[in-house]
Design a protein around this ligand. Structure first.
Ligand code: IMP
Length: 185
């Protein structure tokens, strides 16, 4: 697919590259304030969090470690199934660590709520959550977000790591996908 075709599938821009950079920098300053005496372990949820992790990790002016987890996600649908399955588990132990889960987007909150429950038994010293985007109107479960980039409307968005059927992840901004792309009106 050509880049021009990808852009043509976007109905409206929600966040520009510059706005995202400002949000990531703001999150980084907040994390730095809370992690002055220890090395946090940043855990990214694949694949959506790849872009925010790459930018956030480079923006942070403190020592840190990174690990990844992959859980089952939407596939080619635009609605959360609520079914979470570990596809790739962590390689670094959480025991005694100050953990920051790095999420691209919190939609229904089901994935995050499941992750927090799963991590509860792994003896971390603390578990915090950083999410670039949140859709408050879509949340089905109340999950605490310690570091938030932006609240966005309840539309299906792509770009900056977020996909529809594995496409659009490489767009540098975040935009609403035309419903016609996924068979809507
Ligand atoms: P949840 O509904 O909060 O469990 O969202 C789980 C995952 O679904 C997120 O981490 C994203 O990978 C994906 N997701 C949720 N909303 C969107 C969206 O608007 N566009 C693309 N992916 C999304």
């Amino acid at each position: 697919m050509e880049f021009e075709d990808i852009s043509a599938d976007i109905e409206s821009v929600v966040l520009t590259k510059e706005q995202i950079a400002e949000g990531v920098a703001r999150i980084a300053r907040e994390i730095e304030r809370d992690h002055t005496n220890h090395t946090p372990l940043l855990i990214g949820v694949l694949k959506g969090a790849v872009m925010v992790m790459a930018d956030l990790a480079r923006e942070l002016r403190i020592p840190l470690e990174i690990d990844w987890m992959a859980v089952s996600s939407y596939g080619a649908s635009t609605k959360s199934s609520g079914v979470v399955r570990i596809v790739k588990d962590l390689e670094i132990s959480l025991e005694g660590r100050h953990v920051i889960i790095v999420e691209d987007i919190v939609d229904s909150g089901l994935t995050l709520s499941w992750l927090l429950e799963n991590f509860a038994s792994r003896q971390a010293a603390s578990v915090r959550v950083a999410a670039l985007l949140r859709k408050p109107e879509a949340m089905k479960v109340d999950v605490p977000i310690d570091y938030l980039g932006f609240d966005i409307p309840n539309d299906f968005v792509v770009g900056y790591g977020l996909d529809y059927a594995e496409s659009y992840r490489s767009l540098s901004g975040v935009g609403v996908l035309k419903p016609s792309v996924y068979g809507g009106s």
